[in-house]
Design a protein around this ligand. Structure first.
Ligand SMILES: C[S@@+](CC[C@H](N)C(=O)[O-])C[C@H]1O[C@@H](n2cnc3c(N)ncnc32)[C@H](O)[C@@H]1O
Length: 216
């Protein structure tokens, strides 16, 4: 694993460590996160997994953006990350919270192949890959949390993945500007529990975490 992160330049490492500190996270997380970043960079050349290619931008827009939601996440439980793409936010969350059981749900075959390799080579015992459309995942009520970033509107996320949530479960959706129109359009039976503004170190853009639960 040390070999993988050796391809990362010192400035990128510093940006990550500073960001982890700003998020009050252990800087020891930098090592496994950089291993993931190095793998993502390597595979991105052939697989086109993300349009963000510059390493420092990857740290900010992928790693730190994913980790900024951690204060709103329980330490343990079962989490399904829908439309995870190359593992965002699911892989950084699985790295930072080893007691979370993370299902990485992705329908694209190339991305799922990368995810399987990432889980294997990073030794992520708490993550598994489901190469499937979210709506076809046959695990009704099996997850305490569903996460999604850049997948769809809140209503559409619930349409494809609401069935995965346990009765007391929560959808945690990462959004940019306040998603007021999406909140107003939540389907019957679901309600907004909280909307948390998130500060992502080094990112000059609005971020919000929408927490949605079944209506009482
Ligand atoms: C815009 S990308 C976002 C990837 C990642 N969440 C991120 O934030 O970088 C959306 C991903 O969702 C996947 N996707 C779209 N609809 C899906 C569905 N119904 N079930 C599973 N994956 C889906 C796509 O293949 C794509 O990889």
């Amino acid at each position: 694993m040390a070999d993988m992160a050796a391809t990362i330049d010192p400035q990128t490492r510093e940006t990550l460590e500073a960001g982890l500190s700003a998020l009050h996270l252990d800087t020891a997380l930098a090592a496994p996160l950089l291993d993931y970043l190095a793998l993502l960079q390597r595979w991105n050349r052939a697989y086109n997994l993300t349009a963000v290619r510059e390493p420092q931008a990857m740290v900010t827009r992928h790693l730190l953006d994913s980790l900024a939601m951690l204060p709103h996440l329980p330490a343990q439980g079962r989490l399904a990350d829908l439309g995870t793409g190359p593992g965002l936010p699911g892989i950084p969350l699985a790295i930072a919270r080893p007691a979370l059981q993370v299902a990485l749900v992705e329908s694209n075959g190339k991305k799922a192949r990368f995810l399987r390799e990432a889980v294997r080579s990073l030794g992520l015992d708490n993550a598994r890959v489901l190469e499937s459309r979210a709506e076809a995942v046959d695990e009704p009520g099996a997850h305490d949390l569903v996460t999604a970033r850049a997948l769809a509107s809140l209503a559409d996320i619930l349409a494809v993945g609401g069935h995965l949530l346990a009765p007391g479960g929560r959808l945690l959706a990462l959004k940019g500007v306040r998603p007021d129109a999406e909140i107003a359009a939540l389907p019957q039976g679901w309600e907004l529990e909280a909307l948390h503004p998130l500060a992502v170190p080094g990112l000059d853009a609005e971020r919000h975490l929408a927490v949605v639960r079944r209506a009482a």
